[in-house]
Design a protein around this ligand. Structure first.
Ligand SMILES: C[S@@+](CC[C@H](N)C(=O)[O-])C[C@H]1O[C@@H](n2cnc3c(N)ncnc32)[C@H](O)[C@@H]1O
Length: 277
């Protein structure tokens, strides 16, 4: 049976549980049940959509659970496919097989070399696309995310990767996941705990990119930008990084917290600014 899982804070608070908890099964559903989320059957979907669309001027989103896992999508009938956290993403695997990998800008910015152990803190996890690349190159990754709903999607992605017999993630053992803000986590881990701290916070300019990926477009609609915390984030990151802090920016955006980096890796639409501790 296909289930739809709904949780849209403003629209749904108080929305009744329509599915019967006895029908819930599987690791994702167990996790969601722990979160106390409402779950409705597919036959209630359209009825619910109509209700949700009546909320004026409010972007309406829902969590969507099917046999491919938990994703997020807009609430309207022609909405595109849900976006999910995917640690075995086919596009990424293709890039790695066809000459990406150690040549990727992120890998060069972090100085990842074959057979050289490296510990990286990805302090702004998001869809974990960058983390997937870092893991697949052999890095040990400490991962942090502050948005609650993004945390749910990440936990679902980790569960799926761990349970998928076909594409079992061999690198999951290198991943350490922390569901909290890096502003709280970084000061707790101590000086020099990681070789590299990687920061890719939300930046408003990306909304004006010609073609942001679908996943990033979703993030920009659902999360605020992170400009306010940048000075504190960069300071904390520099205290934790033994070798460097790497900051991802749109190509022509100002420096994080207006602090000039020591080095840069430049791409066409984005760049990586490198700060020494
Ligand atoms: C642009 S996305 C990151 C995309 C990610 N690099 C990827 O490959 O999918 C930024 C993410 O950082 C998260 N974030 C922002 N500030 C944070 C903080 N202080 N601690 C943890 N996560 C944070 C946001 O909630 C958002 O999910």
């Amino acid at each position: 049976m296909l289930w739809v899982l709904i949780c849209v804070p403003e629209c749904v608070s108080g929305f009744p549980l329509l599915g019967h908890p006895a029908d819930w099964n599987g690791p994702q559903l167990g996790l969601m049940r722990q979160r106390g989320l409402a779950c409705i059957g597919i036959h209630h979907y359209r009825k619910y959509c109509q209700q949700a669309l009546t909320v004026p001027n409010h972007p309406s989103w829902m969590f969507w659970l099917d046999d491919q896992g938990l994703g997020v999508r807009e609430i309207h009938v022609q909405a595109p496919q849900p976006v999910r956290v995917d640690f075995v993403d086919a596009t990424l695997q293709w890039r790695i097989r066809h000459g990406g990998g150690f040549g990727e800008m992120l890998a060069r910015a972090c100085r990842i070399r074959p057979n050289e152990p490296i510990r990286i803190c990805d302090a702004t996890a998001g869809w974990c696309q960058d983390t997937s690349l870092l893991l697949s190159l052999g890095a040990e990754v400490w991962l942090c995310e502050r948005s609650t709903w993004m945390q749910w999607l990440i936990e679902d992605g980790i569960l799926r990767a761990a349970h998928d017999p076909e594409h079992r993630c061999t690198w999951l053992g290198q991943l350490h996941w922390t569901a909290m803000s890096a502003l709280h986590w970084l000061p707790s881990v101590g000086r020099g705990a990681c070789d590299v701290v990687y920061l890719d916070p939300m930046y408003p300019d990306r909304q004006r990119q010609a073609r942001p990926s679908k996943a990033m477009a979703v993030l920009h609609q659902m999360l605020p930008d992170d400009l306010e915390q940048e000075p504190e984030l960069l300071t904390s990151a520099r205290q934790v990084a033994k070798q460097r802090v790497v900051v991802k920016r749109p190509r022509h955006a100002p420096f994080m917290a207006e602090i000039q980096p020591h080095h840069q890796v430049l791409g066409q639409s984005s760049r990586f600014d490198i700060y020494l501790p």
